[in-house]
Design a protein around this ligand. Structure first.
Ligand code: SF4
Ligand code: SF4
Length: 454
């Protein structure tokens, strides 16, 4: 049974009846394509190489979600670095807003892994097997093509995992039998499978349907942002096939549409599906050269500039305001980062009764968490500063904490009942650490209200 035909414009990746329309963009090797290709080669080397790079003996990037530890260029951020991580995320967010207001979706067209791998790895391989027409090959060619796609997907899937589990764990998973580690093996298989489905089938739909950045584009861009656009003032009215006196320069050849990896016609104006890859720019320049017209009928410019003919002005109040906000965030990030302490001691909520009675003594259990931000393991010796005769009992003292790790421990404060006033008392926990000044952590201990019981 065929689906009923839809009226009006549907997604460029769908046919009018709702079935998938496979887009095979035609290749025009122009200036921007050469630029993007050079950048893409460098970026692919970076994406694949980064998890293997070591800075100060640690991975350049390791996002250990399971342990909630994030390593970036030699520095490990622990869960207690929440403020720093929030600041970092906010800085990245404001940077994206600023960059989009300034140069539109340059990230999508030039640096996003989806575009980089699709246009400069999978697409060239596809053209190798299917030829420049882009028609899906049949038989052995097809099997071989998808075999190569699958092999590359396994590599890329494993590289992706390396960002989260580290190269050492990944190497162990790769060399050992799947029976020894079925969980990680399933994870590797699923990740590789998703990469394969994405680049062999789903493709540009990741940009046009899934990616939230595309949806945000309409609020982040303004009429003066740099976009790829068609100069309708110069191109219209079109004349089919060749330029005619009195008409515009567009000869309605369709090269710009054939070159577009998301299947849109840029002559209809800026659309959410446009990833600013500029492949239509190269295509149209190629056509302009053939019909001996100046290049740039499709080019970078602002929507306002295309409509009015005014020059593109990138510097404007909004862009300056974002830049100032970004600078303020970067300074704050630097100050907070520089004042980050080598260790953090947090008093946790106690488990069970707030206190227990042992004859005329009151016992308070104090749970604490020690985060060691230093690279080396360190010992933390605990003492009690109390003038009212309390003493500290700790099952392990000093507490040894591994480098860039944390430990949760318990100590007990035993105090005379008479030391409590109004059901509580305040003392200080002294923490001695090698190479750091003495730290004083205030403690509020609960006890019996005069004459009361726990
Ligand atoms: S319209 Fe041009 S810039 Fe936009 S996605 Fe298509 S080819 Fe790329
Ligand atoms: S490639 Fe240029 S000339 Fe051809 S249809 Fe597109 S805008 Fe018109």
């Amino acid at each position: 049974m065929t689906a009923p035909a839809l009226r009006g414009r549907v997604l460029p990746t769908l046919n009018a009846d709702g079935t998938r329309r496979l887009i095979r963009p035609r290749l025009y090797v122009g200036r921007t394509y050469r630029w993007r290709r050079s950048l893409a080669i460098a970026l692919m080397a970076l994406f694949v190489g980064l998890p293997f790079v070591r800075v100060g003996g640690k991975p350049a990037v390791l996002l250990d979600v399971a342990r909630r530890e994030f390593t970036l260029f030699g520095t490990t951020f622990l869960p207690t670095d929440g403020v720093l991580l929030m600041l970092l995320l906010l800085t990245i967010f404001v940077f994206i807003i600023w960059m989009t207001a300034l140069v539109g979706r340059a990230w999508c067209g030039y640096a996003c892994p989806q575009t980089v791998y699709m246009e400069f790895l999978f697409r060239p391989i596809e053209r190798l097997f299917d030829g420049p027409t882009g028609k899906d090959g049949r038989g052995v060619r097809r099997v071989l093509k998808y075999g190569v796609f699958a092999a590359i997907s396994v590599v890329l899937g494993n590289v992706f995992l390396a960002y989260f589990v580290g190269t050492d764990a990944l190497a162990a998973w790769v060399v050992r039998s799947p029976l020894e580690h079925p969980g990680p093996f399933v994870l590797m298989a699923v990740t590789s499978g998703l990469v394969f489905v994405d680049f062999a089938y789903f493709r540009e739909q990741m940009c046009t349907i899934v990616c939230p950045y595309a949806r945000l584009q309409s609020v982040l861009l303004d009429r003066r942002s740099l976009v790829v656009g068609y100069d309708a003032r110069r191109g219209e009215p079109r004349s089919k096939g060749k330029p005619r006196p009195g008409n515009g320069d567009c000869i309605d050849c369709g090269a710009c549409v054939a070159a577009c990896p998301t299947g849109i016609d840029i002559r209809q104006g800026l659309q959410m599906e446009c990833i600013a890859c500029a492949q239509c720019v190269d295509a149209c320049n190629f056509v302009m050269n053939r019909i001996k017209k100046p290049e740039g009928l499709i080019r970078y410019g602002s929507q306002e500039g295309f409509e009015t003919g005014s020059p593109t002005r990138l510097l404007r109040p909004r862009v300056v305001a974002y830049a100032l906000a970004l600078a303020a965030l970067l300074v704050t990030l630097f100050v907070v980062g520089a004042s980050r302490q080598e260790a953090e001691i947090t008093i946790l909520r106690g488990a069970g009764e707030p206190f227990t009675r042992q004859q005329d003594k009151i016992v308070n259990q104090v749970r604490l968490r020690i985060d060691n931000h230093a690279r080396a393991a360190r010992s933390f010796r605990l003492e009690l500063a109390d003038s009212k005769g309390g003493r500290l009992v700790a099952p392990e003292n000093p507490l040894r904490v591994r480098g860039e790790g944390h430990r949760i421990g318990s100590v007990f404060v035993i105090s005379p009942e008479s030391a409590f006033t109004g059901g509580e008392r305040r003392v200080e926990l002294l923490v001695h650490t090698e190479g750091e000044p003495l730290r004083m952590v205030p403690l509020r201990l609960l006890g019996p209200i005069e004459g009361g019981a726990p």
